[in-house]
Design a protein around this ligand. Sequence first.
Ligand SMILES: Cc1ncc(COP(=O)(O)O)c(C=O)c1O
Length: 455
Amino acid sequence: MSKTRIDRDAILNASRAMATKTKPAPTPSRQPTAAANPDRTDFKRLDLYEQIRIQREAAKTLGVTNPYFIEHQGRASATTRIDGKTVLNFASYDYLGLNGLPEIQDAAIDAIGTYGTSVSGSRPTSGERPFHRELEADLARLYESEAALVFVSGHATNVSTIGELLGSADLVIYDGFSHNSVVTGCKLSGAARKTFKHNDFDDLERILSEQRNQYDHVLIIVEGLYSMDGDLPDLARAIELKERYQAWLMVDEAHSLGVLGKTGKGLFEQQSIDPRKVDIWMGTMSKTLSGCGGYICGKQELIDILKFFASSFMYSVGLSAPLAVAAKASLQVMQQEPWRVEKLQSNGRYFLDHAKQAGLDTGLSAGFCVVPVIVGDSLRAVKLANNLLERGVYAFPITHPAVPMNEARLRFFITAEHSEEQLQQAIDITAEELRKLEAEGFSLLSSLAGQIEAG
Ligand SMILES: Cc1ncc(COP(=O)(O)O)c(C=O)c1O
């Protein structure tokens, strides 16, 4: 995941310094050097690969285990198995615990029996199946919108929808904490781009008042619940601004569907707002809906445009039967079993309150499904995650550039499946391990200084 890198520049510079110190003197040779005669097809020569190599080398030099791409043996729920050991799991966003629920799994298996595992072509050319239309009808009903469209990836949904809807005469304004898929879509669109300070609607208003008249269409993008910080936007204020300045409003509900509102319908339910006031509802099926893919809900004309112009819909395979049916069944369970939403919300509150009591810095979190524990230094975040894993708690470190410099953190995804005892155990161990690292003065700079002295 390119979002989650160790503080690259500091490590790169320090590693280069160490590498230069220990490099043997070059041996003179009559043969042409690699530099004089480079192999232009060698991937190793790419700067992208060099970044990875240096990071690996630095992690090795600093004695930090790579926390990425850890293999899990089996389905991850409140617990997961890593290296044959059961650990508490805070790194999966199966918020309502629906992944693997027998009735959802059985529905997916039945669908495979009827339709197979793939629809083997794009929907415009190879045709639709009833499950596509049924899932879209259910999603449209949820947001009280005229129509919906499902894509095979949540990330591609944002990239393609934003990318295709806007053009060079338009302006897109998005929250500074927006997800990579939003930012990538904005870049692809060719529209003028502006970010407003995170959740600062005065800043958004300033941009609108200064710039609105210079553009044809304006799109404002916010998230229902921010994935790195766990806080929410003021939807009423966003709607008021978009109406006053004649802009479209898009809300990415990736982390708020199933999480916010009494019955999990998301941000509009939580803030008692008519969902029809939002122009573009976007969401993913990889989180609460225990599947994979993304969706857009809105006016029929918007959906028609996307059906014909969104390249990752038009030129990509349709959603497969097991994924579509699992998402549809998950949506049904979410609505029929509101206790799951209630349990998730009470778990989120418990974790936030008790983490604060334990002296942990939970940043902006509102205490729903995402609670960060901010530790500042990137290397400290990675080391803390490794130490926690050794003690049976799996939480993923998020470092710069995914979050601002010096705001590296461990991100805890809370689900309805966690017990309060598990939440408390994770908090106690985190507070204890963090205190140890602080007492040792463990940080990127202290480690580098130690290595350079030793080297
Ligand atoms: C806010 C947000 N939008 C979009 C996506 C992309 O969704 P997916 O992972 O289902 O492709 C994510 C992924 O985590 C996300 O956090």
